[in-house]
Design a protein around this ligand. Structure first.
Ligand SMILES: CC(=O)N[C@H]1[C@@H](OP(=O)(O)OP(=O)(O)OC[C@H]2O[C@@H](n3ccc(=O)[nH]c3=O)[C@H](O)[C@@H]2O)O[C@H](CO)[C@H](O)[C@@H]1O
Ligand SMILES: [Mn+2]
Length: 311
């Protein structure tokens, strides 16, 4: 009874105390810090960009911020040649997990509009199919994504949408992907290299290429399968990479990992303002390490020889 009385009196003192709001504020701060604690992974870069991991953000709180802004998120995917087979799973899983509750406009670039599956879309979600020619080299297909992205933003998206994501189609969503991913210019850490020493990153190492990154330089190895951000920032990225790709083409050099190499070069000098952890780009074939608490988006298993037009 003595202890109960003591707690009761302390409670009364706290409620009436002039410092009660200070205590409450400190309690909330402690709560937020505990919620945000991930000591096992990097959660902020040296240039102060957050790295988004499970356990570092509060979904309800972030939703409350973005819901007031009435945003539209354009989402582009390329499905050329045999890659049209990936569209169904991509779209169906996106409708379950991707930007739920927000206005999303998918733009599907394909050479076979008739092969785009009919997927029931949620409220405020729409899809536009854009017919483009395919190529008999897969490298050409990935290389041209920057140019298409640049032109799409110029002709249709400026003043129409707020954010854009360009995503690989040979993928599936397995978990929540929401507005915590939004930022000015957003990159994803490639799942194959998140614990690789910098000098082993597969950057382009030939100085003749515009994508050249010397040894000793670089922050992360970013995946080409996810590029995002505000439309005007993504436009600048796509345009710059397209121009660099043009220079390489004129010099008959193709970077080690095509547009992904140019993307990594761009991000070296134009740092991403938000970085997504490999939870946002995993590979179905990959062994899951203890720091990966959830897989949100992942590359599906594919037989390269069967789906690509050339080896
Ligand atoms: C995980 C990751 O970051 N993946 C990147 C990686 O290999 P990937 O093996 O992921 O490349 P990929 O074969 O998936 O090609 C990238 C994308 O191009 C499209 N596509 C490709 C071939 C084709 O015949 N039809 C077609 O539509 C499709 O949208 C596909 O998702 O390196 C590529 C370099 O060029 C891209 O940067 C990919 O984004
Ligand atoms: Mn892919």
């Amino acid at each position: 009874p003595k202890l109960q009385q003591c707690v009761w009196w302390c409670g009364c003192v706290c409620v009436t105390c002039v410092y009660a709001f200070v205590c409450a504020y400190l309690l909330i701060c402690t709560y937020i810090c505990v919620c945000n604690s991930r000591k096992d992974v990097i959660t902020v870069t040296p240039w102060l960009a957050p790295v988004v991991w499970e356990g570092t953000f509060h979904t309800t709180l972030i939703d409350a911020i973005y819901k007031m802004q009435n945003i539209t998120v354009a989402t582009t995917v390329f499905a050329l040649g045999k890659y049209v087979q990936f569209l169904k799973d991509f779209l169906e899983s996106a409708e379950k997990h991707y930007m739920q509750g927000y206005r999303v406009h998918y733009y599907i670039f394909t050479d076979q509009p008739e092969a785009v599956p009919t997927v029931t879309l949620g409220a405020s979600r729409s899809l536009t199919t854009l017919k483009i020619p395919s190529s008999n080299r897969w490298q050409e297909i990935t290389l041209h994504r920057m140019e298409r992205l640049e032109k799409l933003i110029e002709t249709q998206l400026t003043n129409e949408v707020d954010y854009i994501f360009s995503l690989d189609v040979d993928t599936k969503f397995y978990g929540h992907w929401g507005v915590e991913t939004l930022g000015d210019i957003v990159a994803v850490i490639h799942p194959g290299y998140y614990s690789t020493p910098r000098d082993d990153f597969p950057y382009e190492r030939r100085s003749e290429s515009q994508a050249y990154i010397p040894y000793g330089k670089g922050d992360f190895y970013y995946g080409g399968a996810v590029i995002g951000g505000r439309v005007e920032k993504v436009h600048k990225l796509a345009k710059t990479c397209r121009m660099q790709l043009d220079v390489d083409k004129a010099n008959s050099i193709e970077a080690a990992w095509q547009e992904e190499s140019h993307l990594n070069k761009y991000f070296l000098y134009n740092k991403p303002t938000k970085i997504l952890s490999p939870e946002y780009l995993w590979q179905d074939t990959k062994y899951i390490t203890p720091d990966i608490k959830i897989i949100r988006f992942s590359q599906v298993i594919k037989n390269y020889a069967k789906v690509r037009p050339n080896p």
